[in-house]
Design a protein around this ligand. Structure first.
Ligand code: G3I
Length: 358
């Protein structure tokens, strides 16, 4: 029998046995569509010219976020000049493919240009520089970026309930450091003036669970809400290491923040694995990674106030984990380096399919 005829016979047999009734597999984006849930990823502009990168991105996600292209060192390289070329490429891609854009980030202590960090500005000058930066960048993307990480990682790692010492807060700061989070408040107000329609988020690392850092952020957000400071959401980054995630605590944390009337977005999820010299992870670890993706996406999806889950990149080919761990960790994302879906991908999709019933 010719091979094509053999395939036909086998396929017909499978159909008669019920296999043919299987629902065709859908992308993450399709799985999230019915409820309007947002499934996003961080994007590097120069990778958009790679066909597999671009097609996977457009097929699987309905939201994206520039990974580095909106940070000061890229977008504001000189005091008087802004360079939107990288971020514009990403935003144009999103527009062409019907994707929403999160903006990341307006105020951070890292990836700032030397003219800023070494400029020896006074508080007053720094406040002017920051207001101009926020209003120029947010104004450029008004109506195109639906949500901004206004302030990123302002709380300290070593003293988790306390604000970090940064150029913005107290070195020299923008003039309000003695009043706790009031410098952050000022940034939210400037952003709101620049685009009253945009949703404004505070984004943080290691505040996903109930812990001293998330307690401090909770107190700040509650205060902002009570006093009418324009804040709409909190981003929990969700960079998971050592295959450990306290999902019950994450769910409880999502609950308490949404009870304040703000949305929660999971903004930077990845699950780092130990890898060999070729970058390969162990099969058992890939399964455990998938479980973590499933549990965390489910914790978000099953809560109406948790409206987006985003991964920090989508292919293991392009991820910050490798370079930042000297290549001892990696394989953290739902697609491998050849854009093949990993167990984590199926797990994410399974969780997203729950949103239909929300
Ligand atoms: O731009 C320079 C380039 O000129 C130079 O040739 C190259 C050589 O290494 O470095 C380039 O800078 C890199 C930059 O990303 C842009 O690609 C830096 O070395 C690299 O350290 C930097 O890493 C970024 C990191 O933030 C910096 O802190 C990662 O890509 C980015 O994924 C990561 O993202 C952060 C979030 O913004 C906030 N939350 C944590 C998350 C992970 O650290």
């Amino acid at each position: 029998m010719e091979w094509r005829a053999l395939v036909l016979v086998l396929a017909s047999a499978a159909f008669c046995m019920g296999f043919g009734a299987a629902v065709p597999e859908q992308s993450l984006r399709e799985a999230a569509r019915a409820s309007g849930f947002l499934i996003g990823t961080a994007v590097r502009p120069w990778a958009l010219s790679e066909a597999a990168y671009a097609s996977t991105l457009a097929r699987e996600f309905n939201m994206l976020e520039p990974e580095d292209a909106l940070k000061w060192e890229v977008v504001h390289p000189e005091p008087q000049s802004f360079d939107f070329s990288q971020a514009d490429q990403i935003v144009d891609f999103a527009t062409r493919h019907g994707m929403k854009v999160r903006g990341h980030t307006l105020v951070w202590h890292r990836q700032n240009p030397p003219w800023l960090t070494e400029g020896k500005y006074t508080s007053g000058e720094l406040a002017e520089i920051l207001e101009k930066h926020i209003k120029t960048v947010v104004g450029h993307y008004r109506g195109k970026v639906f949500a901004w990480d206004v302030v990123n990682e302002a709380f300290d790692e070593l003293h988790p309930g306390e604000l970090r010492s940064t150029i913005w807060r107290d070195q020299p700061g923008i003039g309000l450091a003695e009043n706790g989070s009031s410098y952050i408040e000022r940034c939210f107000r400037w952003t709101h003036e620049a685009d009253p329609q945009a949703l404004l988020f505070y984004n943080e690392a290691e505040a996903e669970t109930m812990n001293p850092k998330s307690d401090a952020i909770y107190a700040m957000v509650r205060d902002f809400r009570q006093r009418g400071v324009p804040i709409d959401g909190v981003g929990f980054e969700m960079h998971i290491a050592h295959l450990h995630a306290d999902v019950a605590s994450i769910a409880a944390n999502i609950n308490r923040f949404t009870a304040l009337g703000v949305q929660v977005h999971i903004t930077e999820m990845d699950v780092a694995l130990p890898v060999d010299a070729e970058g390969n992870a162990r099969a058992g670890d890939l399964q455990r990674q998938a479980d973590i993706y499933r549990q965390i996406a489910s914790a978000c999806v099953s809560h109406p106030g948790c409206t987006a889950t985003q991964t920090w990149g989508f292919t293991d080919k392009y991820s910050w984990i490798g370079s930042h761990s000297k290549q001892t960790e990696g394989a953290a994302l739902p697609f491998d380096r050849n854009y093949r879906a990993k167990p984590a991908y199926d797990a994410l999709r399974g969780a997203l399919e729950q949103v239909r019933s929300r």
